[in-house]
Design a protein around this ligand. Structure first.
Ligand code: ATP
Length: 142
């Protein structure tokens, strides 16, 4: 089975590096499946759990956002933050999720977003980062 090298880099380390068969990501333009010999591509990534396929195995890696560059032989993900399931502090992600939900509730109750003490977009982004971590760690939000 053909392979393509995947390297996921966060600001402080190489999070993941391996030869894989397929990567499924959520880009700013929608879901993308990347196979070996894919056409060159650069896209933004939204917070989600990336799906890495090697043979019949599929594993998840949380990405908080960033960019992906695809070359026929190599995929590079430059992530603002990324974690393997074993690296995820589930309790921390759950607390971040609850905090973001609470802030979004407060934001919805504001009559004017300009005068609202809550930054709705920031809360929404935090919610999606927390959901990505919960999904990748095997604790998806119901
Ligand atoms: P929190 O509010 O819990 O800090 P966050 O979404 O604001 O979450 P980020 O800014 O995306 O956090 O990440 C900051 C750093 O903390 C990164 O290095 C990231 O890998 C790490 N990190 C964030 N949440 C977790 C978690 N639940 N488990 C492990 N590492 C985490």
């Amino acid at each position: 089975m053909a392979t393509i090298k995947l390297e996921i880099v966060s600001p402080d380390k190489v999070v993941y590096s391996a030869d894989i068969n397929m990567l499924i990501v959520r880009s700013t333009a929608g879901e993308l499946g990347i196979l070996p010999h894919h056409a060159p591509l650069v896209t933004g990534l939204v917070p989600h759990a990336m799906r890495v396929k090697i043979g019949s195995n599929e594993s998840l890696i949380a990405v908080a956002g960033g960019f992906m560059e695809v070359q026929p032989e190599k995929i590079t993900v430059l992530a603002s933050a990324a974690e393997l399931p074993v690296e995820i502090d589930v309790l921390r992600a759950q607390k971040a999720y609850d905090r973001a939900r609470k802030r979004l509730e407060e934001f919805k109750n504001c009559t004017s977003s300009a005068e609202c003490p809550v930054d709705g977009q920031r809360a929404e982004a935090a919610l999606h980062r927390a959901m990505a971590r919960l999904t990748a760690s095997g604790n998806p939000v119901a």
